[in-house]
Write a protein that binds this ligand. Structure first.
Ligand code: DUC
Ligand code: ZN
Length: 462
């Protein structure tokens, strides 16, 4: 099957140029001017539109379950929403599995769940919930099974201590795995949560106050020292939220350390004043790390534009507002943490990033598609517009304006933290491996068409 996207403006991480793009059997075959595909070609007119690689969101929790608390969308609805927002690949973070389960358990379990549900392509991260000889032994096999990254928590129940982190880093580095870190210092957070609980300070604002910015910066500093001491082992910091944490990363990068950082739209566009909203509204913003100050936001924008921050992902985690109120109204410590965002990532970051002159459209493509694909072992199959790449393509209308509202989004969540925000720029058409899955607000995806992506081991740099 042949398709030709005509008259569009192609945007890659490096350049912007007018050209046509020919797709043969789901793969990009040619990019050039005046292309024709013969009698059997289907043409898509992209005049006045940008032609972008499909978005790659490497931090989602589309099906997270923490005991009886479950996110509201699940894989099918979450992926459908992603497609509406121009994202064609996700790499999902599973929750911890049963006690003592092997390193393969959660990726295998997620693959089973996803096999018949997926409407976009997907990878799965591993998760370290304990460290022992079996876990360390299994790391190379995990990486070579296509799960080239795995996450370590420095807080929550499955957190690792420094000795365990050093062991994991050694084994991951040797196997060319990329270790992702949730960087929050548990001891301080635990102490503050207990103190606020004792003092009856249980509203949403105390969630933020119990996780000060130093907890992120200190945790990052600890991770980076361990990775450096281990021989500059590559690390990936998820959902960076603070200027202090960014400063630690910038110092490390300056000494040549292989550290990669991700942030998310909520940390760029929402601030801690959200917790002051009349109760229970503040619970919508209970997430870890919490929202920060406007000075932190400015620092993160600077980091995105100057290259200190490498990836824009979402940490999409759609616990409903109803459940946040049910569990968290009396005590923020019981509130399930997270917010939805997989559908709004591209429009928000394009509008606030490119639209407001903070970075170029090429940097936008780099942050939302190309660099995440490189880091997570998906490039150049994903995140690239070049011959041989999957034809995962977004036709982007830079003039389309929308006001974000829960009623018009497709995420199966009863709120969006970005309600009322105005965006200019929207994906009109989303294509996955040559197949149109969203066009002009209609969904044409099919359960089971999304494929598991065997990710390649980490190349060492990107
Ligand atoms: N933070 C959240 O708020 N929710 C899901 C996981 C995480 O790291
Ligand atoms: Zn997360």
């Amino acid at each position: 099957m042949k398709q030709l996207i005509k008259n569009g403006t192609i945007v890659t991480a490096e350049k912007t140029f007018r050209a046509d793009l020919l797709i043969v059997d789901g793969i990009i075959a040619k990019i050039g001017s005046g292309l024709t595909g013969g009698a059997t070609v289907t043409e898509i007119d992209a005049s006045g539109r940008y032609v972008l690689p499909g978005g790659v969101d490497v931090h989602t929790h589309l099906n997270l379950a923490l005991g009886e608390r479950r996110v509201s969308d699940g894989f099918y609805q979450g992926m459908r929403a992603a497609a509406f927002g121009g994202t064609t690949t996700i790499v999902d973070h599973p929750e911890a599995g049963p006690a003592d389960c092997s390193l393969f358990h959660q990726p295998d379990y997620y693959r089973e769940l996803l096999a018949h549900e997926a409407v976009i392509d997907y990878g799965i991260h591993g998760v370290f919930q304990r460290v022992d000889s079996e876990v360390l032994r299994d790391i190379p096999a995990l990486i070579h099974s296509g799960v080239s990254s795995a996450k370590v928590y420095l807080t929550y129940d499955g957190m690792l201590n420094d000795v365990e982190i050093a062991q994991v880093l050694q084994a991951m580095g040797a196997a060319q795995g990329l270790t992702a870190f949730h960087a929050e210092d548990d001891a301080v957070i635990r102490a503050l949560r207990e103190q606020f609980g004792r003092e009856g300070k249980r509203s949403a604002v105390y969630h933020a106050l119990s996780r000060p910015d130093t907890t992120e910066a200190d945790a990052i500093a600890r991770i980076l020292e361990l990775a450096w001491a281990g021989g500059n082992i590559p690390v990936y910091i998820v959902h960076l939220s603070t200027a202090k944490g960014l400063a630690v990363i910038e110092q490390a990068k300056a000494r040549g350390q292989r550290v990669f950082a991700e942030t998310c739209p909520q940390y760029l566009l929402l601030d801690q004043s959200c917790y002051q909203q009349a109760e229970p509204e503040g619970l919508k913003y209970v997430m870890a790390p919490p929202l920060r100050s406007s000075a932190d936001q400015q620092a993160l924008w600077r980091g995105l534009s100057n290259g200190s921050i490498d990836v824009l992902a979402t940490d999409h985690c759609s616990f409903s507002f109803a459940d946040k109120v049910k569990y968290g109204q009396a005590d923020f410590r019981q509130c399930p943490g997270g917010c939805p965002g997989v559908e709004t990532r591209l429009p928000l970051s394009y509008s606030a990033g490119v639209g407001q002159g903070r970075f170029s459209i090429n940097r936008f493509v780099d942050l939302v598609a190309t660099t995440p694909a490189k880091l997570m072992g998906l490039y150049p199959r994903k995140g690239a517009l070049q011959p041989g790449a999957d034809a995962d393509i977004v036709v982007w209308n830079p003039e389309l304006e929308k006001t974000l509202a829960v009623t018009t989004l497709h995420q199966q969540c009863d709120y969006t933290p970005f309600a009322g925000m105005q965006v200019k720029g929207w994906p009109e058409l989303t294509m996955l491996r040559g197949r149109i899955i969203v066009k002009d607000g209609d969904f044409f995806g099919e359960k089971g068409f999304g494929e598991f992506l065997e990710r390649t081991p980490f190349a060492g740099s990107c």
